[in-house]
Design a protein around this ligand. Sequence first.
Ligand code: NZQ
Ligand code: ZN
Length: 387
Amino acid sequence: MKYDFTYYNPTRIHFGKESLNALEPELNNYGKNVLLMYGKGSVKKTGLYDKIKASLDACGKNTVELSGIKPNPGYAQVLEGARLVRENGIDLILAVGGGSVIDCAKAVSVTAYCEGDAWTKYWIDGEDVSGRIVPVGSVLTMAGTGSEMNGGSVVTNEDVMLKNGRVFPPSVYPKFSILNPEFTYTVPVYQMASGIFDTMSHLMEQYFSGDDDNVSDYLLEGLMRALIVSAGKAMQNPNDYEARSNIMWTATMGLNTVTGVSKTQDWEVHMIEHQIGAYTDCAHGAGLAAISVPYYKYIYKYGISKFVRFAHNVFDIEISPVSEDETALKGIEALGAFIKGLGLPDNLRELNVTADMLKPIAESCVTGGGYYDMQADDILKVLEAAF
Ligand code: NZQ
Ligand code: ZN
């Protein structure tokens, strides 16, 4: 562990089949006015909405609703939520859904009492949060992003075709998150796979940077192995409780920042996907899947020993005594097979990317990376290889 760090994570996690029992005690910690946020309707179909509404009523809350939060939440919905918070004197924002709803809830929390234009201040200029932060709590219905235990908030501003992520400090993290793996049984298989690959990408993007002997790298290898095994089981039987609970906790662990301490990190795959998402509105994990193999083939030579280690420690590939390249490439091919096994796209055309989009996407991405400093022309080459 080469670099100093301070680690603090304030989110209280309630995990398991009975975890929704924790909702009422949590609600009692806040004032009367609650903004209930959810997506386009899955919570009503699954019956979760009724249970949550019953708890809100039992706790005597005045509940205001903001529904229809779309995957890849838009800034217009953030502004709508911020208005509801101000007009109703909201004491708690309760997000029920996947990463999109929770990200949007955090965005509403910091936007409601922000002076000036929050988009520019927080998602473009990355300024510190000023103004009151409204507490957020979550009930997670889809595993993948880690938003339930971090400060991430990814918002799409359709007016300027930008999907920008912002990592807010612990004061913005959910105060509590309820994780019942059974709530994820109804997630469509494609979305489940997308969430699984999102988690895999978080683990890889923390892993593929730095060459030191870091505890985080060992943790990341363990989490990747657990995810691969559990993903195989969940694809066979989506109602396998142990597999779904392993996936859910791996997703949380994968981006609650504990595995990234004292480590340089990459994140360029995410930066590229965010712009693919801005242009196509694709499922986040599917976008990551389509570009990962071309991206890693493009950069592996610059961090070859780590790619050899990945092939061996994550995918059990025998180390070639003569060629580091051979082992590294076998590891990347195993990653490609994992993506295929999840039924996710290995090319951009399947995500409705058209040839004329490649250049604008490449030119609008945040540049950077881990082993190799990706610039717009490098990103274009990766996109062309993924097309
Ligand atoms: O809208 P509803 O009807 O609820 O349907 C959702 C949505 O269509 C559905 N779904 C969720 N739970 C369900 C369910 N359907 C049936 N049963 C359930 N139990 O799944 C669809 C996708 O939901 P969404 O919340 O969009 O998925 P995800 O959790 O993958 O979130 C994606 C968003 O999170 C951002 C992504 O960029 C994207 O905008 N990210 C947030 C991060 C963070 N906060 O740290 C990091 C990630 O890298 C990521 O960028
Ligand atoms: Zn992600």
